[in-house]
Structure formats: structure tokens, C-alpha cells
Ligand binder design. Structure first.
Ligand code: HEC
Length: 120
């Protein structure tokens, strides 16, 4: 049992080192590779620090590097794929005073972006 935990931690660490994200994420059903492209094209990196995204050093919003470790996202939403995607699509529906703008992210793109963020 314990060795299985260590092995999966090792595999996770190894996969985190690779440059190319996986093409499928079970938690979200999204495609982290496409999510990476979507993050670049929506320009999320202008405001956020995100691992593995060129020029994603923005400091306007919080770093997204450890988003998988957070208990809450976007203030008070419990961290789940559904809630993360809801925030990415409509931050101002979650919190009308959110500083993050509505970026017209599609449902499919939000799923892929969440998949990438949980895998970076
Ligand atoms: C104009 C700057 C800006 C852009 C562009 C932007 N964000 Fe944000 N984002 C913010 C700010 C500021 C916050 C902090 C919460 C708030 O709005 O008050 C935030 C919060 C978040 C959070 C919650 C973080 C946490 O710690 O709970 C996530 C996830 C997120 N953004 C993802 C994205 C994604 C994905 C994109 C691209 C589709 C994006 N953001 C684009 C400014 C931005």
C-alpha cells in the first residue's frame, strides 16, 4: 500500500517534469495539451504566473502554479473541476466584484484549461 503511494507520487513528479502535458485528464475530461494552447491564446499569462506557459509571469492575479493544492478557488468556491471551470468562464458571475475580466472562454476551452492547470 505504502509503496503504491510512493510510486504514484514518483510518477506524478516525473510527469510534472516533462515538457509536454498529457492529452487527457480524468478529473476534468479535458485535454491538457489543448488547454495549454488555450491559455496562451486567451492571454491568461498576462495576469498570472503559470508553469510551462511562455511569458506567463503576470502578477495582477494570483499565481496558478499550485492551483491543484488549493482548498478554494476564486475566493470561496471549493476547489473542484466544475468550480474551477465555472470561475474561468464567468468570474463575475461568481463574484460581481472580481478583478478578473470575463474573457468569453468557451465551455470546452475552460475544461481543457482546468485540465492543464491541474497537470502543470
Ligand atoms: C486582466 C487580468 C486577468 C486575466 C487576463 C486573467 N485573470 Fe485570472 N484572475 C485575475 C485576478 C485579479 C484574480 C483574483 C481574483 C479576483 O478577480 O479578484 C484572478 C483569479 C483567477 C483564478 C482563481 C485563483 C485562486 O487562487 O483562487 C483562476 C483559476 C484564474 N484567475 C484563471 C485564469 C485563467 C485560466 C485565465 C485565462 C483564461 C485568466 N485567469 C485570465 C486576473 C486575470
Amino acid at each position: 500500500m505504502k509503496s503504491a503511494v510512493i510510486l504514484s507520487a514518483l510518477l506524478f513528479a516525473l510527469s510534472a517534469c516533462g515538457n509536454k502535458p498529457p492529452s487527457y485528464d480524468a478529473a476534468t475530461g479535458g485535454n491538457p495539451q489543448r488547454g495549454r494552447e488555450a491559455i496562451v491564446s486567451y492571454g491568461c499569462g498576462a495576469c498570472h504566473k503559470i508553469d510551462g506557459i511562455p511569458n506567463a509571469y503576470g502578477l495582477i492575479g494570483p499565481s496558478l502554479q499550485d492551483i491543484g493544492e488549493r482548498s478554494y478557488v476564486g475566493g470561496n468556491l471549493p476547489n473542484s473541476p466544475e468550480n474551477l471551470e465555472a470561475w474561468i468562464r464567468h468570474p463575475r458571475q461568481v463574484d460581481p466584484h472580481a478583478a478578473m475580466p470575463e474573457l468569453n472562454v468557451t465551455e470546452a476551452d475552460a475544461r481543457d484549461i482546468a485540465a492543464y492547470l491541474y497537470h502543470q
